[in-house]
Design a protein around this ligand. Sequence first.
Ligand code: NAD
Ligand code: ZN
Length: 360
Amino acid sequence: RELTVDLGERSYPIYIGEGLLDEAGRLLAEHGISKKSPLLIITDSNIADKHLARLESVLRDGGFAVATAVIPAGEASKSLSRLEQLVGIALERGLDRKSAIVALGGGVVGDLAGFVAASYMRGIKFVQIPTTILAHDSSVGGKVAVNHPLAKNIIGAFHQPELVLYDLRTLQTLPEREVKAGLSEVVKHGLIWDAAFVAWCDENAERLLALDPEALGYALYKGCSVKAAVVSQDERENDLRAILNLGHTIGHALEAVAGYGELLHGEAISIGMVGAARLAVQLGAPEEVYRVTKRVLSRVGLPVRLPAHLDTDAIMRALMHDKKFQEGVVTFIVPVAIGKVEINKSVSASLIREIVEQLK
Ligand code: NAD
Ligand code: ZN
């Protein structure tokens, strides 16, 4: 499958298919990646064992000069010190303004490598080869960043890739928990935009969990398409892009309280989306919004209830830290029907507390 992300001034393709890694040499050359300047593949320690050798050999066979950097797996690598180290490697390997950075990995590698590409020599070309389901989300929109100890994703830029190559075979080695967590954002894209796709996820949950290439390819295609549609209508974070935050207000608070690690991001927003659906019903949405949201998410193996030991007061305190929370009301993305959300700017803290209690 092929999809074009069109963001006004520039557009780029996302290729989704089985075995695309084997065609990386041809595809990079076709999209203007230079063979005269060295390129740098950035990947993490888990992916390196599984998929790096193949990519390196395909690109070398294709005539590219390839350097490689392997970072430790995990969110902690999205740091300024890791950025500095990678810039050092880029300099040592002679990357110049015509060079490209190739991100082989999930959202961590994509965000970090993308920010290296955005900042090295004020910006060089960037290619994404996502290896997680969640990374379909980060492959559209051009947001790249590292974390600061005080805030996630706070040092970053907008930098669009030249192309995205999604090889479904690389996903076959994903741990099961990462598969499910990635599907959470896929379902989210259906819930905010496309009721027919939600029904499809409902019917095809087992195929998705089994990593059936055809089902997976379709789901990633739809997820990327929805994100692209939303982002292209709102490239710089005005109102519409906020709908991508469905489930994230409660979800972020849960991640903070559970301690990063206990709940994966996708798991936290799954519970958050169920909460948002419950809240929507209390505000007058049809009951099926709650019923269907909960059913689809549980079918793809995601949690739909709060872990009982999480304390409501702590969750509410974490919510109050959210910059969106002002004077006891919060802007909340409310699913008013399956496939349709509204931005409600005056949801009260007390209503959210009630919902959190009901999620246990
Ligand atoms: P991740 O990159 O940490 O990958 C999850 C885990 O799976 C890691 O341990 C990784 O080593 C492993 N892994 C990756 N691919 C594998 C494979 N094919 N086989 C085996 N193991 C594999 O996390 P993620 O969930 O992909 O991404 C999360 C990050 O993405 C966060 O930092 C988040 O901020 C960022 N993000 C960015 C955007 C954006 O728009 N830029 C959007 C969403 C999320
Ligand atoms: Zn998210």
